[in-house]
Design a protein around this ligand. Structure first.
Ligand code: HEM
Length: 478
């Protein structure tokens, strides 16, 4: 938990905490009143009309997607979820809010919460030109030929994974497979991105060495990712919250950020020193940027570190959580997974019903404003399309609560409403790699093992990503 320990502000028996809290709320409300942008008649929860704290509180509880979904059920397709932010749960809004072209809505200040050490990455940059340049460079690492090169590495890591799963078969007991999908995804990602497997599968643990201010400790990498994501999802709601919270280095979310940066920076320095800059994603980036690897500048190291942190976070738990969710749906809805197209349809159905990105991704209305669903939104209005609500919309899917992979084989149109990988110019660059990973891992599991799940339902939690809390299964060899 990263909330401030207000006792730290206490002095001589009197506590300043309530005063600070009141001042903070007053500032948020004042800022909200001054910066109210969207038409005043847009309905929404009462508190959300006046303060960003309503949305920040929902994000803090890890239930933002649910609260926004409930608001749509109550107020309709167009809902104000904070003073300057309108959520539009309409299929036709997808191509407007996540559209292409020079007037495409840009990412909003929400993404500043994901910036590392002042250096925006391909994911967090808000500048169109900076993004195009970064995307051009990074896309080399995700080309079809690069993906072909990755396949043997993926198979080798899956080999380590099956060895560990065979051990669980012998034990004949339930275990939390989500942990092992996380280890698998981290090992895969570190192999593909940094040319070096972290070795979580072999270790059977996610402990990594972190050095901060000269002190070395062993910390859980998965917890670092979770805490950083959760913090970013809350502080991103308003720049003021971001400034206040980021100035408190003792918060565990901030410590997690610095830990991940340290981990990524170490990988960057290793890669620069190694001299071989082709095989992995970071190597391809270094080669494409043409850095002088013998004497990289501090700026170049910081830029590469920002990209490495993005890869660590964007490429690891997204994939592991999606694998866990799909496996759960397959095991609770037999018969399934007949062939690769059917497995791909099954993965899409899992991503629709339980999208790893369940919130709406924040964008700004461009200069001159934007018309969407019959409303005009002035420049600077924050807009988003809630992925969860679209994925469960009866007008789009007919029977949204039913797990039915066949719908993806019946109609190619469905893909335009799947928001799991985002849409438009900022859609996931690792999407093809993620499908290769998910298909390889799931087909290996289904061909090799019989899977029993412990519970028919799974609990979830939400930071920036929406994740299952666990995935208890029992395996036996086929
Ligand atoms: C099932 C797995 C995955 C899911 C559900 C997923 C989801 C997403 C989503 C929703 C976005 C858009 C974010 C936004 O607009 O705010 C995104 C962007 C991104 N993803 Fe993924 N992702 C997955 C796997 C991966 C992998 C394996 C990698 C790389 C190794 C990756 C790298 C990225 C990057 C670099 C971006 C930023 C792209 C840009 O802004 O141009 N992702 N991802």
């Amino acid at each position: 938990m990263f909330l401030p320990d207000f006792n730290q502000f206490s002095g001589g028996g009197s506590s300043y905490a309530p005063v600070l809290l009141l001042l903070f709320c007053a500032l948020c409300i004042l800022h909200a009143v001054v910066s109210r942008n969207p038409p005043p008649h847009i309905p929404g929860p009462f508190l959300a009309r006046w303060t960003h704290l309503w949305l920040a509180y929902q994000a803090y509880r890890g239930r933002r997607y649910k609260a926004v979904h409930a608001a749509h059920l109550r107020y309709g397709r167009v809902v104000r979820i904070s003073p300057n932010h309108v959520s539009v749960a309409a299929p036709e809004a997808i191509s407007v809010i996540y559209g292409q072209g020079p007037r495409a809505p840009a990412k909003s200040a929400f993404y500043d919460a994901f910036v590392c050490n002042g250096k925006p990455s391909i994911f967090s940059t808000r500048d169109r030109l900076d993004h195009s340049m970064k995307r051009r460079v990074v896309s080399h690492a995700f080309s079809s030929s690069a993906l072909q090169e990755f396949i043997p590495l993926i198979h080798s890591t899956i080999g380590d994974f099956t060895q560990r799963m065979d051990e669980f078969c012998a034990k004949e007991e339930y275990f939390d497979a989500l942990l092992w999908f996380n280890y698998l995804a981290f090992d895969l990602l570190s192999d593909l991105a940094f040319g070096e497997r972290i070795g979580m599968l072999k270790q059977g643990s996610d402990l990594v060495e972190i050095s901060r201010a000269g002190e070395t400790s062993h910390e859980n990498a998965i917890a670092l990712v979770d805490e950083r994501e959760h913090l970013a999802a809350i502080v991103g709601i308003h720049p003021l919250i971001q400034t206040v919270v980021n100035s408190l280095p003792f918060l565990s979310g901030n410590k997690a950020t610095s830990g991940l940066e340290e981990l990524a920076r170490r990988q960057v320095l290793k890669r620069l020193l190694s001299g071989d800059h082709r095989g992995d994603i970071l190597g391809k980036l270094i080669a494409a940027r043409g850095y002088d690897v013998r004497s990289p500048s501090t700026d170049e190291i910081a830029e590469l570190t920002a990209e490495a942190v993005t890869l660590l976070i964007a490429g690891s738990d997204t994939t592991s959580n999606s694998i866990a969710v799909t496996l759960h749906f397959i095991a609770t809805n037999p018969p399934s997974a007949k062939d690769v197209p059917y497995l791909q349809a099954t993965i899409n159905e899992g991503l629709r019903l339980h999208s790893t990105t369940a919130i709406g991704l924040h964008r700004y209305a461009p200069a001159g404003g934007l018309v969407c669903c019959g409303h005009f939104f002035p420049e600077g209005t924050e807009l988003s399309v809630p992925a969860w609500t679209i994925g469960h919309d009866p007008e789009v899917w007919g029977d949204p609560e039913v797990f039915r992979p066949e719908r993806w084989l019946e109609s190619k149109e469905n893909k335009q409403y799947l928001l799991a990988f985002g849409k438009g110019p900022r859609a996931c660059i690792g999407q093809n790699l993620a499908y290769i990973e998910m298909i390889s891992v799931l087909s290996t599991i289904l061909l090799r093992y019989k899977v029993e799940v412990k519970s028919q339902v799974f609990e979830t939690t939400e930071g920036f990503m929406h994740k299952p809390r666990d995935c208890w299964i029992k395996l036996s060899l086929r």
